[in-house]
Design a protein around this ligand. Sequence first.
Ligand code: PHE
Length: 357
Amino acid sequence: MEELRQKYLNAIADAADEAALEEIRIRALGKKGEVSLKMRELGRMSPEERKTAGPALNALKNELNAALTAKRAALADAALDARLRAEWLDVTLPARPRRQGTVHPISQVTEEVIAIFAEMGFAVAEGPQIETDWYNFDALNIPPHHPARQEFDTFYMHREPGDSRPPNVLRTHTSPVQIRAMEKHGAPIRIIAPGRVYRSDYDQTHTPMFHQVEGLAIDRDISMANLKWVLEEFCRAFFEVEEVELRFRASHFPFTEPSAEVDLRCSWQDGQLKVGEGDDWMEILGSGMVHPKVLKAAGVDPDQWQGFAFGIGIDRLAMLKYGIPDLRAFFDSDLRWLRHYGFAPLDVPTMRAGLSL
Ligand code: PHE
């Protein structure tokens, strides 16, 4: 029996894996295993012999079972150790470099514009891009059959057949935010409203979606002179040059009276745009004194309040400031273009050191 014990304990100690261990268990303790067969022989022994052989065989069986269990656990531990070693991960390795994205020139310029007007005391207001025709047109003194409605190349939203309400529109300008802001806050008020606008138009300086920033200043005695100062001051700060030259051209908008369009002196040299010099003019904004009917539509008493409004093309500003010749490229999502004209995320909006306030 001692021979049997040594043989199997050695075999268990030497087993290389789980499968080998199972084989040993079957050879010793399986139905036809050596130890099991010995136990069966107990029946043919005399009671005297059985008295010593029985407990001894039982003890052997228990010892082998215990050895098997211990070895199985040891093998599992070793396997886990090996796996931990193989799958080891160096968390101190530096990360793989990732290319940083850039800030789109439109976003950058919008931030610059907001920073400059904020310094002049303008708060930022917002409105929806899908607008009712009342906010986009009627409230701005453009009644249903006014020719100005055609001039805007409006995108109309769909209505269910049988729904006779006038269709909503993709706002053609940021001017509806004037109405929404005055409805909400009344007068006096000083806001700008940057955002997307839409018109069906497409060439080197027009895209069907573009960006404007609306300005609105209403108080008791705001005049055209204030408008001129604000716009000139804005342009000087934005273009970071003293000799920005603006041209105020008499114009017409249904929602302002009088109205003026403003052009900026610029030049094209070898396909590059330069501000402040040359013989060309680039139209950058429309403006004027807010029409009394517009104030009334927004719930502001025109006998007590007056002021100016303007709408600047943000995309035009970006083209001029950063010398970008084709507006369409702004919205092509061409990575090479974005990396070339984009800004680092931490580029703080540039601004000439302080306005002459
Ligand atoms: N909404 C006008 C446009 O898009 C611009 C404008 C705004 C003109 C405010 C006057 C006053 O053309």
